[in-house]
Structure formats: C-alpha cells, structure tokens
Design a protein around this ligand. Sequence first.
Ligand code: ZN
Length: 144
Amino acid sequence: MRTQRQVVDYSLQKRAVLRDVRNGRISPLEVCDASPYLKNAATFHGEPTDERCPICRRENLTLVHYVYGDELKQSAGQAHKAAELPVLAMTLRECQVFVVEVCRSCSWNHLIERYALGRDALVDDEPPMQWKTGSDSHVWEGRR
Ligand SMILES: [Zn+2]
C-alpha cells in the first residue's frame, strides 16, 4: 500500500548547492551548519544510509524525518524514526514529513524530500464515489 502522497523532491536543489560548493561559489561552512538539535536527532532518531557525505566523504549520511501536523500538537516538528512513520500514517488524518540528510561528521545537511502522510492521504487514492447508479431518466417516470 502506498502511503506517501504529494511527494516533493529536493534533489535538484541539493545538486545545485553541491555544484556551487565545488565551484567555490559558496563555502562549505555555509552548508555544513547542522544545529546541535539536528545532529542529536540524527544520532537518536536517524536512519543510516549507504551514501557517503558529499562534502567530507568521511561518514555515511543519516536521514532524519521531521513530522509536522496540527493533530500532533506539542510534538509537531519532532524527529521520528522511520519505523514510527507507518504508525503515524494510520493514526493521524494528515501530517507532513520532511526528510533531511545529515552528516554527523562535518554537519552537512539538506532537505531532500517532503511528503504528506495520513489516513486522509490514503482516501485520496480511491476513485471518486459512484453517485450515478442507474439512469437519471427514472426521475420523471410516473409524472406523465
Ligand atoms: Zn560530511
């Protein structure tokens, strides 16, 4: 079952940033600015990947999933483990997930993807309700 909806991919923006770093147009310091909170989230809630950090190449990237939504109340904007996302998808009507990649070595970080999750998102996949069962011509029968 597909649960991710309205996926927005930020890989083009990421590639543009990395190109600018290689060209020397922006300093690595400007893009390696993960906050202590983000690095903590990567340590405690992150998903390890097989992808090397494009900046320092010392460590593999970690993905952090931030979840936003009115129903989450005070926990909106918190990082969640990937394993918790299917549970959120079933319990919430709608939330937004922001996936950020982080290097815990040099602090490189970039938003890579955003998508909607939740029960409402699942309902959207169904075909429109069939309100036309039978023929409209029946309505006027019996009035002649
Ligand atoms: Zn790095």
